[in-house]
Design a protein. Sequence first.
Lengths: 233, 231
Amino acid sequence: MSFIEIKGIKKHYGEGESRVDVLNGIDIEIEKGEIVVLLGPSGSGKSTLLNIIGGIDDADDGYIAINGEKTANMSEKDLTLYRRKHLGYVFQQYNLIPNLNIKENVEVGAYLSDKPLETDEILKTLGLYEHRHKLPNQLSGGQQQRTSIGRAIIKNPDILLCDEPTGALDYKTSKEILKLIEEVNHKYGNTVIMVTHNDAIKNMADRVIKLRDGAIRKEYKNETKVSAADLDW
Amino acid sequence: MDERNFFQQLAFDFTRCFITEDRWQLLLKGILVTIEVSLVAIALGTVIGFLIALCNLSKNKFLKTIGGIYTDVIRGTPSVTQLMIIYFVIFATAPIPKWLIASIAFGINSGAYVSEIIRAGIQSIDKGQTEAGRSLGLNASQTMTHIIMPQALKNIFPALCNEFIVLIKETAIVGYVGLMDIQKAGDFIKSATFSAFMPLFATAIIYYVLIKVLTLGLKQLEKKLRKSDVR
Ligand SMILES: Nc1ncnc2c1ncn2[C@@H]1O[C@H](COP(=O)(O)OP(=O)(O)O)[C@@H](O)[C@H]1O
Ligand SMILES: [Mg+2]
């Protein structure tokens, strides 16, 4: 049994004329501690799949099982608990809370967690310690994304979901963020599922999944994995 | 040609309208009625508006329908008509003071507008904020109270102040159900003295000053709220 089992996931939006079938039966198995890169053109259903894995959205059909526990069978309350316990989420647009400072934004992630990491330690690892009293809009895009990574990992989640974490960043800053994600994966052993449309990022993955029109076009284990520092595009 | 000059005439009118028979007391009582009705209506309207906004934003079809009908009906009928229905039909035999019935009517009316203001304020917050809240393991209502509302309030507050001002001016129709507010007091003096200029201008000035004071007060409050937000 795999750590994460994704089985027969289907999802559509709208009805009748405006119906879009976004996911048409997705099967994926992911091992604990893997870095999985989910590739696909814009509109292929990557975010939708990630949101279903993250329990923010629900599927029409199929199920997600973490450690054998199916999320579809969970009540709304259990799903909230599941997200709280197991998941960290990093978004393309950071989604930091604008009226909280950097330290508070990271601490929000520890909210109600049973095993949070040290806030100051994380702020130092992320190079944000001296900026901790600033508001998000006083920082650069890269610093804001680092804050959102801090918020996601402070509860030491089993699974880190990243939706185009470098989508809004330049080359240099993107690599910095990718190195950070890799470092987090090494240090804490979290399973990472990262969505991107940047083909080069697949080289740092343990497993690569290519999505097109809501179906898996290609899936393979990456035997020639390289460090994030050696990525180039 | 009248032997009194313009200023003497003015002084004469003033005395006749406000000093004779202590008519100024009518206006003073009118001010109190206006303030009383407005304040209770504002409080009630805010509470109702908040609840209706939650109904309108809810996923529950029944609540959504209720909220929709409420806003639609209130916004689609004149407030005088609403006031008279509530006074002469709904509370016709209820042992409740007149001014309170009027407050309830204006509260119900204002609630519909406040709900739209709150709904717009909440919807102006980026969808990513909800996603962030949910992904952190907050449930829907925790996300609303801890993440969305504190941000939405900044947009809601100025629009809400505007609604309060509109509401105060709207209360000038309470004369229709026999309450003596500022407007009605002015009107009463006009009939008693056969003079239109003095009482009507006095009415306008009193409303203007009342609203000016409120506006300045709310501006100060808003400034304070903003300041507490900048570190
Ligand atoms: N809430 C929604 N309502 C309607 N259509 C949606 C919604 N979310 C996504 N879609 C549609 O689903 C498709 C896949 O979207 P998405 O998962 O965001 O793709 P990707 O992340 O790969 O760019 C797109 O065609 C998009 O328009
Ligand atoms: Mg996307």
